[in-house]
Design a protein around this ligand. Structure first.
Ligand SMILES: *[C@@H]1O[C@H](CO)[C@@H](O)[C@H](O)[C@H]1NC(C)=O
Ligand SMILES: *[C@@H]1O[C@H](CO)[C@@H](O)[C@H](O)[C@H]1NC(C)=O
Ligand SMILES: *[C@@H]1O[C@H](CO)[C@@H](O)[C@H](O)[C@H]1NC(C)=O
Ligand SMILES: *[C@@H]1O[C@H](CO)[C@@H](O)[C@H](O)[C@H]1NC(C)=O
Length: 507
């Protein structure tokens, strides 16, 4: 047994020595001897590194502040501190350096520092959690030294923390004494286990900085636990794709990954959705022209009904670095859909279709295509699960990876299952006198589409004024209602006359 354990330790040490940035040995609950090791110069042992460029960093010593200047810290510039999360393999994940490089490249006059707390993070999860306050305190000490020595205002500090790093950043904020708060904290999928449901002082919370934002990407719950925290912890909490899971990280891949890569495959898949928060944040810096908008909503099921695409009174905001920093009294939950890869931006459209006097309950499948001044949507298949009966207004959300521009035309067709088609065909042959009328029809009322990104709502009217009814399998074309053109709004009266005439002409 002990031989086996020794072998394990050796194996582990071998693997770990391949890592570039590792310090100290790995202590763990099952292996208490390993915890006995030469002490780090500081008790807690967080290490701060100023990012210089490429792979180069310079170690800062908060106790010897002259190291800051010699490293090239510029106290007239803002400071961003990136803090990593729990570590399974004891290595710094590659996104940390990448994020630092992107921040430095985009913002130029900025100090980017990375918190390295790997030897505490590379422990069993509960132990790593216990260290989060300590590491938070280390960051607070660093900031206090800066305040003292350089009169550095902490409101120029932006802490970015991933997973456990998000809560560390929160603790750093709450440890700072004095009236001035940290400027901003961004929590990237803040860790869930042992933080969910805790009081605001025991996790990242809006009190920890002037402005706090969080991106929740992996809150999918299993056995009552989720990797990322579900509850709102910031002023603005973003839940891309509902927050529980992310496109392109599909679960059926888990088994493929595990069979191919063993348990590391599992880790990759778990990391996919968790780490998506990081990539969404980077995306906001890398694709300036493709900023993702998110919309305030009570929950994701309301969001996918399309009813939340409203930007009045700061109900929407920009995901990532360029967020509008509006302080709010209560946490706001914002939702959006994204693509499965960078650039993640999608354009959101809410459809509202009114059904009038529907005598039989139907669950139609609609095939819709939209044409705008910039692009066409292509065919979109909408399956409606809720039965439509009587007068119903249906609302649903469509997302597209391109901006259609001003909406001009909508093509709609109504498909039913083959079985129903057969029934209707048979009915027609039994009751031939029914003629055209026995073909099932739907009567549509108002049709409108709202684009979330532009906040424009467009109403559609049938093209030839031939009424709003639509038959099975008929391709019906609707165009932007004339009243809808803002430039012509003032000439409304003359247009009505025009319309009246055209109706008479068709008679
Ligand atoms: C610090 O940054 C500012 C720009 O924000 C620049 O003008 C100044 O020269 C920099 N100082 C040093 C010592 O590099
Ligand atoms: C709907 O049915 C009512 C009677 O139930 C009728 O008065 C009304 O004209 C119908 N409306 C349309 C748009 O067909
Ligand atoms: C549906 O709306 C129409 C007017 O658009 C109205 O005449 C009709 O009575 C309504 N039917 C029901 C069942 O409410
Ligand atoms: C439409 O035409 C009718 C005559 O057919 C007329 O009485 C009515 O006033 C016209 N409506 C408008 C809005 O001009």
């Amino acid at each position: 047994m002990s031989a086996l354990r020794l072998l394990c330790c050796l194996l582990m040490a071998c693997c770990l020595s391949e890592g570039k940035r590792i310090k100290g040995s790995r202590g763990s609950v099952t292996d208490p001897e390993a915890a006995v090791r030469p002490q780090e110069p500081r008790l807690s042992g967080s290490v701060f590194r100023l990012f210089l460029g490429g792979e180069d960093t310079c170690m800062l010593d908060p106790l010897q502040l002259h190291t800051l200047t010699s490293c090239g810290f510029n106290s007239s510039n803002p400071l961003i501190i990136i803090t990593h999360g729990w570590s399974v393999d004891g290595m710094l994940e590659s996104w940390v350096i990448r994020m630092a490089a992107i921040l430095k490249r985009n913002l130029v006059d900025v100090n980017v520092v990375m918190t390295d707390w790997l030897h505490l993070a590379h422990q069993h999860y509960p132990l790593a959690v216990q260290s989060t306050r300590t590491v938070g305190k280390d960051i607070a000490h660093l900031l206090q030294s800066l305040q003292r020595e350089y009169r550095y205002p902490v409101r120029k500090v932006h802490l970015i923390g991933y997973s456990l790093g998000a809560h560390i950043s929160g603790f750093a904020g709450s440890f700072l004494q004095g009236s001035e708060k940290i400027g901003r904290i961004t929590g990237l999928d803040p860790a869930g286990p042992l933080f969910e449901g805790m009081s605001p002082t025991d996790r990242l919370s809006p009190d920890d900085a002037e402005f706090v934002d969080a991106i929740h990407t992996f809150t999918h719950e299993r056995l009552g636990l989720s990797v990322g925290i579900k509850q709102a912890v910031a002023h603005y909490d973003f839940y891309p794709n509902g927050g529980d899971f992310q496109p392109g990280c599909n679960f059926h891949n888990i088994y493929e990954h595990i069979s191919e890569y063993g348990i590391l495959g599992f880790e990759q898949t778990v990391k996919c959705a968790h780490e998506r928060s990081v990539h969404l944040f980077m995306d906001s810096l890398l694709n300036e022209d493709k900023q993702s908008t998110a919309y305030r909503c009570s929950d994701n099921s309301a969001f996918v009904r399309g009813v939340c695409l409203d930007c009045r009174k700061n109900r929407c905001n920009t995901l990532g670095y360029n967020i509008k920093k509006v302080r709010t009294a209560r946490s706001k939950k914002l939702y959006l859909k994204t693509r499965s890869r960078m650039p993640y931006k999608l354009y959101h459209y809410q459809f509202r279709i009114q059904f009038v006097n529907q005598t039989e309950e139907i669950k139609p499948t609609l095939i819709i295509s939209l044409q705008g001044t910039e692009a066409e949507s292509g065919e979109l298949f909408i399956t409606i699960d809720e039965g439509i009966h009587g007068n119903t207004t249906l609302s649903f959300l469509i997302t597209l990876d391109k901006d259609l521009g001003e909406l001009m035309m909508l093509k709609l067709s109504w498909e039913v299952s083959e079985m129903w088609k057969n029934v209707w065909t048979r009915m027609q042959s039994i009751f031939p006198w029914g003629g055209q009328r026995s073909k099932p029809q739907m009567m549509l009322g108002k049709i409108s589409v709202k684009a979330g990104e532009t906040q424009d709502r467009t109403s559609f009217c049938s093209m030839n004024n031939d009424g709003q009814q639509i038959e099975v399998s008929q391709d019906k074309v609707f165009v932007r209602c004339r009243e809808d053109e803002p430039t012509r709004r003032r000439r409304k009266h003359s247009r009505l006359v025009e319309k009246n005439e055209s109706v008479q002409q068709t008679k």
